[in-house]
Design a protein around this ligand. Structure first.
Ligand SMILES: Cc1ncc(C[n+]2csc(CCOP(=O)(O)OP(=O)(O)O)c2C)c(N)n1
Length: 532
């Protein structure tokens, strides 16, 4: 009879889950014993980095991905990253070791006392199998559930002696073979009604969200906008872990602001707002106002029932985003509305010393190859990067929808491992880099040739902006003088470049992008928010 470990690895193998991320402790070693040679174990040096890397890998590969943590303290360290994975709709299968069953009741050292409750609100399912022989079935359950819509992390606590138990061969084979398909078709009546409303509207608009990309519906979003002559806004950047529409497309208008009043103001002229693959809306901060322009209707298409029901206004269709766009496209005619005016390109940025973040992003835009991927965590320059780069290919942008810092650096390594043939640039604020700093080690150890671009403005710039917006003065702890990320990265074995002028930035980035090793480019930039 196979062991729990053999059956579990056969399950992972069958599902293509052969890259796993972890930080081992004594309670995880039995799982890793005789580690099969067709699997890849990616070591991260802290658990938030384990989950951040697995999140990036899961999103960029589209597959459930194992993040193996060390019992209670490891889960504790990873909690912020699990929060991000949930907001990102990322199918991470989080596992954590547990004391041997014989010592759990007496709560021997390292017992995860209430393992199921610990990550509970952040995951779709939290479980500790009732019997050792149930572990493969529980892992199958977790993998299916993580990948079913709405995708998201699940958690399993696995007692360390379970891996040696034996399982019935036929039962294990049955658990391993199962496929569960969860792509739901929309009610054809709801689609017909939306198609009729779109065609009848005087001035409809499309709001494109991250699940367009995640569901593989990129081309369908473009086709709908073109056939119906729709101007397109990106859903607010705060919730945009991926892009839903090419930002260089002539119909693209910009990124919606993330607050109630400004969203309604931005969409003022429109009578029908169709939101696809986004919550309605990932608001922050609180700027009250009308939820919608007067007389405007809103219809959202989302695969997430929770996103659908918690929206404060409008109607929703809960179904697979790609299948629904396919059906909608088949039901709408070519519109006779005028084609939206081509969007304006960003203007020239006046030279400054130190460089404006926007100037750095123009330099990045010049050297980033067509198939480049950007992983972004540089709060004051998020909008500047979107405006300057106008990223226009699917699967080319990743961001923490949850807003928990530490995603960017870790996720970029996972994204690069999942997409080894595409150049990955990770754009970081020097403050953000600290939350997952040890991911530099993994980047070097696994030869992931990420180009890290660090903007050094010597402050928590976005918090100064928030302080002003909130009318807060005199808050301590918002300055970061002399934080030298390049030197820290060098300590982890990364080749680092320090450049301060525009041509130097472009040259260093081009060199780093062409290199087969991870490299870092650190640039001092002017403080404050960069919008364009
Ligand atoms: C885990 C976590 N802790 C704290 C914060 C609050 N926070 C948001 S942005 C920010 C500052 C980021 O600084 P930096 O990366 O240097 O970028 P800048 O704002 O200067 O562009 C902080 C501390 C957060 N979002 N997540």
């Amino acid at each position: 009879m196979p062991s729990v470990r053999e059956a579990s690895f056969e399950l992972f193998r069958e599902r293509g889950m052969t890259t796993m991320f972890g930080n081992p402790g004594s309670t995880e070693l039995p799982m890793l014993a005789d580690f099969p040679s067709d699997f890849r174990y990616v070591l991260a040096l802290q658990e938030a980095v384990v989950v951040g890397m697995a999140d990036g890998y899961a999103q960029a590969s589209g597959q459930a991905t194992v993040a193996n943590l060390h019992t209670a303290p490891g889960v504790g360290n990873a909690m912020g990253a699990i929060f991000n994975a949930q907001a990102n709709h990322s199918p991470v299968l989080v596992t954590a070791g547990q004391q041997v069953r014989a010592q759990m009741t007496l709560q021997a050292n390292l017992t995860n006392r209430d393992a199921i409750r610990m990550p509970h609100p952040l995951v779709k399912w939290s479980y500790e199998p009732a019997r050792p022989e149930d572990v493969p079935l529980a892992l199958a359950h977790g993998a299916h559930l993580a990948e079913l819509p709405p995708r998201g992390p699940v958690f399993l606590s696995l007692p360390m002696d379970d891996w040696y138990a034996e399982v019935d061969e036929a039962d294990a084979a049955a658990a391993i073979e199962r496929q569960v398909d969860g792509r739901a078709l929309a009610d054809p009546e709801a689609v017909r009604a939306l198609a009729a409303a779109l065609d009848a509207a005087a001035n409809p608009v499309l709001v494109a969200g991250p699940d367009i990309d995640a569901s593989g519906a990129w081309d369908l979003g473009i086709a709908l906008a073109e056939r119906q002559r729709l101007p397109v806004w990106a859903s607010p950047a705060t919730g945009g872990n991926r892009l839903g529409f090419p930002e260089g497309h002539p119909n693209f208008r910009g990124v919606l602001p993330p607050a109630i009043g400004p969203v309604a103001q931005t969409l003022e002229a429109h009578d029908l707002i169709v939101v696809v693959g986004s919550s309605v809306f990932p608001y922050y901060p609180h700027i009250p106002g009308r939820l919608l322009p007067e007389n405007a209707k809103l219809v959202a298409i989302t695969s997430d029932p929770d996103e659908a029901v918690r929206a404060p206004m409008g109607d929703a269709i809960v179904a697979d985003v790609k299948l629904t766009l396919e059906a909608l496209l088949a039901a709408v005619p070519e519109s006779s509305r005028p084609v939206p005016e081509p969007n304006q390109q960003p203007g020239e940025i006046p030279p400054t010393d130190p460089l404006n973040p926007s100037t750095v992003h123009t330099a990045l835009g010049e050297v980033l190859p067509e198939d480049g991927i950007v992983v972004l965590e540089s709060p004051t320059s998020t909008l500047a990067l979107r405006n300057q780069l106008r990223i226009s290919r699917p699967g080319s942008y990743y961001f923490a929808a949850g807003g928990g810092l530490g995603f960017g650096l870790a996720a970029s390594v996972g994204v690069q491992l999942a997409q080894p043939d595409r150049p990955v640039v990770c754009v970081l604020g020097e403050g953000s880099a600290q939350y997952a700093i040890s991911a530099f080690w993994s980047a070097v150890a696994y030869r992931t040739p990420v180009t890290f671009l660090v903007l050094q403005n010597q402050e928590y710039g976005i918090l100064k902006w928030f302080a002003e917006a909130e009318g807060v003065s005199g808050a301590p702890g918002l300055d970061l003088p002399k934080l030298d990320v390049a030197s820290v990265a060098e300590g982890y074995g990364i080749k680092a470049h320090r450049v301060a002028d525009r041509d130097g930035v472009a040259g260093a980035l081009a060199g780093a992008l062409a290199s087969s090793q991870p490299e870092l480019v650190e640039v001092p930039v002017a403080p404050g928010m960069a919008l364009f």
